[in-house]
Design a protein around this ligand. Structure first.
Ligand code: FMN
Length: 180
């Protein structure tokens, strides 16, 4: 099963990027995950959406070819980061590659709430007419206090978090049987 992974942080040492890499590595026998780079995406403008830059064509192609999208995002100012909003705006227009494509959401933060509000908003956004993505519910992955649960290599050292991720990965795999 192909999964496009969209990380809402372009920071070099991003915890969310490390979480995405941990998930990709841990479940690589079950999911073929490609982590997409949002830092190369130009800003969305309606003026260029029908004559999009090559980076956008490549980005949309990766999403289109995936069976599902895994969103791994921090929370910025109580919502999703701008880089993620920009990527979503591109995906929501012209060929609308997200329509009908299942989504799975995770997030990590140093605070205790672990991106609750950002994920709440992201779920709502994914139901917009240009996106219409069915979202895995009841398996909400909020990795709070992430700096205490991960070592410097990005390995999650907190056993309860790893056990929960394993359970959620199983649930996601089961749920995906409805779609592929
Ligand atoms: C502009 C900005 C806004 C932030 N707003 C929030 C917020 O609303 N809630 C929160 O829990 N953390 C907030 N943070 C802290 C981020 O959760 C923290 O920087 C996190 O490590 C970012 O994810 P990353 O490590 O993947 O880059 C904010 C950070 C920045 C830079």
């Amino acid at each position: 099963m192909k999964v496009a992974v969209i990380v809402g942080s372009v920071r070099k040492d991003s915890f969310n990027r490390k979480l995405a890499e941990f998930v990709k590595k841990r479940y690589n026998n079950r999911f073929d995950m490609e982590i997409l780079d949002l830092s190369v995406l130009p800003l969305y403008s309606q003026d260029i959406e029908n004559n999009e830059p090559q980076e956008i064509t490549d980005f949309k192609k990766s999403v289109k070819e995936a069976d599902a999208v895994l969103w791994v995002t921090p929370e910025y100012n109580s919502t999703i980061p701008g880089v993620l909003g920009n990527a979503i705006d591109w995906l929501s227009r012209v060929d609308k590659v997200m329509i009908g494509k299942p989504s799975w959401i995770m997030g990590a933060s140093m605070g205790n709430l672990g991106t609750v509000k950002a994920q709440m908003h992201l779920r709502d956004i994914l139901f917009a007419p240009g996106l219409q993505s069915p979202v895995l519910i009841g398996n909400e992955v909020y990795v709070g206090a992430v700096h205490k649960k991960m070592d410097e290599t990005g390995t999650i050292t907190d056993e309860a978090t790893v056990a929960f991720l394993d359970q959620v990965a199983d649930n996601f795999e089961q749920w995906m049987k409805r779609f592929i």
